[in-house]
Design a protein. Structure first.
Ligand code: VGL
Ligand code: ZN
Length: 208
């Protein structure tokens, strides 16, 4: 079973959103091509889904501004702008993303006391989301990952996929992803590669 995992292709991470990733919306047509013309048996999407009082928001910390370093539950935490609040348009998937073929949506980031970059588990690794169990139950053997943002949620999802599902082949689709900081994207790709994630482009997959 081959699965595609679309990470956080939401309004909040696209231009005009509350935590915009440069060119974030450029991943949408590529993701749609992979969904419609790719070799996948299963399509999964993750959705950053925060309560309004989430502790990763600078607004919840006296005197903190977005993108400063702060603390959450005693651990270092980047202070993000309020983003992807449950039930708001910012948390909706990009309106041009084809949702009909999505088999499973994994929401994450609901616990206000911990951030959850990975679609598989919280950053403190204490609680899992259920996505690894779902992919195992579906007998997935190959998992391709792309979306937003390469240097945060895509990277941590790919690393957790390698760690929690060691028998599954994991690939990162570079042109179907965008990151927040260019230097961090380069480092993220090297970190994924070192963890056994293959790096590919959508054309390689669509040509198969
Ligand atoms: C993300 C920062 C905060 C992401 C989510 O989807 O990469 N980044 N929440
Ligand atoms: Zn978030």
């Amino acid at each position: 079973m081959r699965a595609l995992l679309l990470i956080d292709i939401q309004n909040g991470f696209c231009p005009g959103g509350n935590l915009p990733v440069p060119e974030g919306d450029a991943v949408v047509p590529v993701a749609n091509r992979l969904v419609n013309d790719g070799p996948y048996d299963l399509i999964v999407a993750s959705q950053d889904w925060h309560p309004a009082n989430h502790g990763s928001f600078a607004s919840q910390h006296e005197g903190k501004k977005p993108f400063e370093m702060g603390e959450l539950s005693g651990k270092p935490q980047i202070m993000w702008p309020d983003h992807c609040v449950q039930g708001t348009a910012d948390a909706d998937f990009h309106p041009d993303l084809d949702l009909e073929k999505i088999d499973y949506i994994q929401q994450k980031g609901e616990n206000p006391a911990v951030d959850s970059y990975s679609a598989f588990r919280d950053n403190d690794q204490a609680a899992v989301t259920g996505l690894a169990g779902y992919l195992k139950a579906q007998l997935v053997t190959e998992l391709d990952i792309c979306g937003l943002a390469t240097d945060y949620c895509v990277k941590f999802s790919a690393l957790d996929a390698r760690e929690m599902l060691p028998d599954i082949k994991v690939r990162f689709i570079e042109d179907a992803s965008r990151g927040i900081q260019e230097a961090d994207v380069k480092a993220a790709i090297e970190q994924m590669r070192a963890a056994g994630v293959s790096i590919c482009r959508s054309a390689d997959i669509l040509a198969d």
